[in-house]
Ligand binder design. Structure first.
Ligand code: UD1
Length: 453
């Protein structure tokens, strides 16, 4: 993957104060675009975030045959795919994000051609296999094989005999595997049951969209999702839900810097686990009719035990900035990462900045997870409060990137942050939003002498 050479310069030590608006959710919008490929009907989306991952997905859809009009300022995007130009995902998308693999589920019922998806990429967290996706699609009647190609491999998928409903039990409630299966099942004959399915808010948003499109989907209380074949499709208008990851990120930055930030559009329903943990360490919030205000009132208390989990648990994407928050809390806290086996790599830099963090391969806390005795560093102990020092930092993945921004906002000297593309993929107007909250942050291009916001 190519990275731009732009950097952020941050001089911390100032509390974040003010109001920002929550953007549309990256993890919903990208999937909604792929889902629109299921039919030839026009889909209009509102509250579309202007971020790198949406841009990549739009370009990918255009390659496949979509006509896309995107008014970035108005945050409105129209997409229609009257017919498929190709079902071959170009190689250059293979390392871009986790979206190309979902093309298989979306296109299987729409084309007789092979769907070819080069090996997928995404953040460098764990091995991120797609075995659950492939096994579920095969249960629906797809034939999928992995072939070695010149530079890397690719999945070849087809359903020449048609797709048929099936009972699929996921051995782990994977978000991507659930989405891929739902997409394929919408065009599969009969009824599909996904047991032990993921039920993240972004998946529910996808289901709401698909229902408008013509699908018949039921979410049962026991993590079972039932999908019946759709016989007719309709034009859709859909407002994308707000980004709970972005909301949590700014909330933690506000409290860590001892500030006060109102986030317009923050949705209480999707933040329950996060708000509980925030309150446990003494972080304050007030839910208002139009959003949530987050504020610092008292020294933060450590002594927390936190386990990341699938929804409705504490989301893994909140983990990295939360660790930065805990470096400012008085006492020792334990984090057990149960979703990804390798999501603590970013702590090395935090330690160099002054954080007191130790990693462990054991499952710390009450519960044993599927990574027990695999030797991965997936538990940590963080002791605070620790003053953080400025540093030159290179971002390894999206959420670690925000954790570093937060750490830089806490250090009083100037930090320089590289690999800004990762942040651009998921945070709309990051610099503008932080400037609006009073942060001393500028963006620098090696080709320009002046800094820009
Ligand atoms: C999505 C989100 C990501 C979030 C994650 C968990 C997007 C674009 N990304 O990622 O931000 O952190 O959900 O909430 O929506 N797994 C397998 N086999 C598979 C699929 C997954 O073993 O076939 C494992 C993964 O290695 C990982 C765990 O399941 O350990 C969770 O992955 P999954 O829920 O699929 O995450 P993504 O959909 O990739």
């Amino acid at each position: 993957m190519l990275f731009c050479m732009e950097t952020l310069k941050i001089r911390g030590g100032k509390p974040l104060q003010g109001q920002i608006r929550a953007s549309g959710a990256k993890n919903a919008m990208t999937k909604l675009l792929v889902a629109s490929l299921l039919s030839d009907k026009k889909c209009t989306f509102y509250n579309v975030p202007n971020i790198g991952d949406v841009e990549i997905t739009v370009n990918l859809c255009r390659e496949i045959g979509s006509d896309v009009q995107w008014d970035r300022k108005a945050r409105v995007l129209e997409i229609v795919t009257p017919e498929l130009k190709t079902s071959y995902v170009p190689q250059r998308y293979s390392g871009s994000n986790r979206i190309p693999i979902l093309m298989i589920g979306a296109l299987l019922g729409r084309t007789d051609q092979d769907i070819i998806v080069p090996t997928i990429g995404g953040d460098l967290i764990g091995t991120r296999p797609v075995d659950l996706h492939i096994a579920a699609l095969q249960r629906l009647g797809a034939r999928i094989e992995y072939r070695e190609m010149k530079k890397e491999g690719a999945y070849f998928a087809q359903a020449h005999q048609g797709l048929h409903g099936a009972v699929i039990t996921l051995n782990y409630p994977s978000v991507g595997a659930t989405e891929n299966t739902i997409l394929a099942a919408v065009r599969a004959k009969g009824t599909t049951l996904i047991k032990n399915a993921a039920i993240e808010p972004e998946i529910i948003d996808l289901i709401l969209f698909l229902q408008k499109l013509g699908a018949h989907i039921t979410v049962e209380a026991d993590r079972t999702i039932a999908i019946q074949q759709a016989t007719q499709f309709h034009e859709v208008e859909h407002t994308v839900l707000t980004d709970r990851n972005e909301v949590a990120s700014y909330a933690m930055a506000a409290i860590a810097t001892k500030g006060r930030v109102f986030i317009e559009g923050a949705e209480h329903l999707h933040m329950i686990a996060f708000l509980n943990k925030l309150r446990e360490i003494g972080g304050n919030f007030q839910v208002r009719p139009t959003g949530i205000e987050f504020f610092y009132e008292q020294p933060l208390r450590g002594g927390l035990h936190l386990e990341t989990d699938v929804h409705p648990g504490f989301m893994t994407d909140w983990q990295q900035p939360f660790v930065v928050l805990l470096t400012q809390a008085d006492g020792t806290s334990i984090i057990h990462e149960t979703v990804y086996e390798n999501r603590f790599g970013y702590t090395k830099t935090l330690k160099e900045m002054g954080a007191d963090i130790s990693l462990f391969t054991q499952c710390l806390g009450g519960k044993s997870c599927r990574f027990a005795s695999q030797g991965h560093h997936h538990s940590l102990v963080v002791k605070g409060p620790s003053p953080l020092k400025a540093k030159e930092i290179s971002i390894p993945d999206l959420r670690a990137g925000f954790a570093y921004v937060m750490a830089a906002l806490l250090a009083t000297e100037e930090s320089t942050i590289g690999n800004v593309d990762y942040l651009d993929r998921g945070y709309e107007d990051l610099v503008d939003k932080l400037v609006a909250l009073g942060a001393d942050i500028t963006r620098h291009s090696p080709f320009l002498t002046a800094s820009s916001h």
